[in-house]
Design a binder for this molecule. Structure first.
Ligand code: FEO
Ligand code: CA
Ligand code: CA
Length: 636
């Protein structure tokens, strides 16, 4: 999301010394020859003669940078809207009509501000790339372009109770069956799989924090059954056919006096300020801290959803920790243990990893059912020597003892951020997507930006003060490449893959491949996906602050064009791009276009009515399918 982190562009000088020293360290460690062979080492755009530009393996002709009311894709491709906010999901529902929309109606329609996308083939277990389920997070609502007269500044007073009901019904998660016919993706409207999970859905609580006294409310005296999920950002897909949805911090949903709360220190560390930004307490007193003080502890977890079983109850998996989960991406380790990588998307927060105790047996999908309830959560500490240590968030380890305020493992998890502070984890420039390259086994972590970092707060892996541009960190597990890599190891190596910004403005300190074009560089990386060949596709969120479109960029991670991005897709005014996801055959790249027109003050001066452009209508966030005109593999 972007609106909770507003920033305006500034250009500041860069501490190049840090990056240079890092380059020297890499050169001296050996074993990282791919880095040395890339165009990344040495200064970018030095003016030196350069006879033979590197050839990206991505075959599309790069899109020319453009930022206007609609979306754009590279020549020879098309980008079609598959499903948008308010689209019908059940038999008999008519088209979306903003004039008559209500909360009750929208609770059965596709949700707002689409983010994470899972494509789950049908039938389950197949690699079908023409028929499947789209499982999509609906993160929040851009109320300034949903209701006349509403601005970000006059909320929540400008919202009626009916407006709040529309907002609440439009967030959470949407599952729709989709089918591709003659190259066009469409929703199967009356599918029994179609389902909304909202702020009111029943969600089980499992793992070490289930049943803890802080998890108990008047609705749920046992502390094992939550009501609803919201602020669902990115997520992940498990080998046993479920999806993971990250709850990215419910801090502004709650109203009341944080200082008077029994766990005020915890709420403060989790950014709760009692603002009740959307006026939710008016409709539901459980969001009033004085009425239901434990309700906040029941958010900011990872939710597991089984999209293939519409009757299933989603589960909050507390073993994966409590923080502003951007996502939760899954890697099946070489020994069968399940590894989940997660970023905590706030300034100076951390990167986490979960490793299951048990091994998953692919021949027995049921072995995955509760495998995420027992394992070791750890947090990353990046060292100057190019190594990264995974520090276990385990009760009794180091300072994580009762004397220091961590009574048991449940409390370590309920206070994950505080436990990670105590272990000395490395504060990062807002970690968003973290994902493993399926071919090389290397892990990439996207730092979107951190305006608040000062020269005094720099560390080996966050190297620029007032980092408005973001960067991508590469984590290299030991043990070999691809499936040989040991993602459960205590120590990895790390590298800086790219430093974002405009490489032609030296003061920004950007570093991409030296052959990066005027269209190819980017800012504010947010999510990433890999195609079947292991090429990276990055979606950005924040370029609007630089008067540029957010977009999707394809990048080689290996070979002579390593770190050379190319622009594939540009979003319309005010929108970010989120959560690129390929079909198994690589012929479709789904991407979320989130919060179009959100840069508008209000509907009175809306910057775009994408994608319908209907006079009197509303802008609508939507999932887009990018395909080659000839139906071939994207970028191949
Ligand atoms: Fe929901 Fe981290 O963006
Ligand atoms: Ca973001
Ligand atoms: Ca995001």
């Amino acid at each position: 999301m972007s609106i909770r982190h507003p920033q305006s562009p500034h250009i500041r000088s860069v501490i190049a010394r840090r990056v240079s020293r890092r380059g020297f360290l890499l050169g001296s460690t050996g074993g990282l020859s791919a880095v040395a062979a890339s165009g990344f080492v040495g200064s970018l755009f030095s003016g030196a003669a350069h006879a033979q530009p590197a050839q990206s393996s991505l075959t599309f002709t790069e899109l020319t940078r453009i930022y206007d009311a609609t979306h754009h894709v590279a020549e020879g491709y098309r980008a079609d809207v598959v499903v948008a906010w308010g689209d019908p999901m059940a038999a008999g529902q008519g088209p979306f009509d903003p004039a008559t929309m209500t909360g009750a109606d929208l609770a059965g329609r596709f949700g707002y501000n689409c983010d994470f996308i899972a494509y789950m083939p049908l039938p389950k277990g197949s690699q079908n790339s023409d028929h499947g389920l789209l499982c999509v997070n609906n993160e929040y609502a851009s109320a300034n372009v949903m209701f006349p007269g509403v601005t970000w500044d006059n909320m929540p007073g400008s919202l009626s109770d009916a407006d709040v009901a529309v907002i609440n019904a439009s967030v959470g998660h949407s599952i729709v069956e989709v089918r591709r016919t003659d190259g066009r993706w469409a929703v199967v409207q009356d599918s029994p799989f179609n389902r909304r999970i909202t702020m009111d859905s029943e969600i089980a609580i499992s793992g070490p924090a289930a049943g803890h006294p802080w998890m108990r409310t008047s609705y749920d005296p046992e502390g094992r059954l939550a009501r609803g999920t919201h602020y669902n950002c990115a997520g992940g897909i498990t080998p046993w056919g479920t999806v993971l949805s990250g709850e990215e911090g419910a801090y502004d949903s709650f109203g009341g006096d944080v200082a008077a709360h029994p766990q005020a220190d915890v709420l403060t560390r989790y950014d709760y300020d009692g603002s009740d930004y959307y006026g939710r307490t008016r409709l539901d007193p459980r969001f009033d801290l004085a009425v239901e003080p434990n309700e906040p502890h029941r958010f900011d977890w990872v939710v597991e959803i089984d999209p293939y079983d519409p009757a299933s109850t989603p589960v909050k998996r507390t073993a994966l920790g409590r923080f502003a989960h951007e996502g939760a991406t899954v890697w099946l380790n070489r020994d069968g243990r399940v590894v989940v990588y997660m970023g905590d998307d706030s300034n100076f927060e951390y990167i986490y990893r979960f490793v299951s105790d048990a091994a998953y047996d692919p021949a027995d999908p049921a072995s995955g059912r509760d495998i995420l309830d027992a394992g070791t959560l750890s947090v990353a500490r990046f060292n100057e020597d190019g190594s990264v240590d995974w520090l276990p968030l385990v009760h009794g380890y180091g300072p994580l003892t009762a004397e220091n305020g961590f009574a048991d493992q449940a409390e370590v998890l309920l206070k994950t951020r505080l436990a990670a502070d105590a272990l000395g984890a490395t504060p990062m420039d807002r970690p968003e997507g973290v994902e493993t390259n399926p071919v090389t086994g290397r892990v990439y972590a996207l730092m979107t930006k951190n305006k608040k970092i000062t020269a005094e707060k720099l560390n080996p892996v966050n190297t620029r003060p007032e980092n408005l541009y973001g960067h991508i960190v590469e984590l290299i597990p030991p043990g070999g490449t691809g499936l040989d890599a040991d993602h459960a190891a205590d120590r990895f190596e790390w590298d800086l893959f790219v430093l974002c910004g405009n490489p032609r403005i030296a003061a920004q300190g950007a570093r991409f491949h030296e052959d990066t074009s005027e269209n190819g560089w980017f800012v504010n990386p947010d999510n990433l996906g890999f195609d079947p060949k292991g090429r990276m596709f990055v979606a950005t969120d924040g370029a609007n602050d630089f008067d540029m479109a957010d977009g999707v960029y394809g990048i080689d991670t290996e070979g002579p064009a390593r770190a050379l991005p190319k622009l594939l897709f540009a979003a319309p005014k005010g929108a970010e791009c989120s959560s690129p996801r390929f079909t198994p055959d690589g012929t479709t790249l789904f991407v979320s276009v989130q919060h179009p027109a959100e840069d508008s003050e209000s509907l009175a001066e809306v910057t775009t009515l994408w994608p319908d452009f209907r006079p009197g209508g509303l802008p609508r966030p939507a999932v887009v399918a990018i395909q080659r005109m000839d139906g071939g593999e994207v970028a191949s």
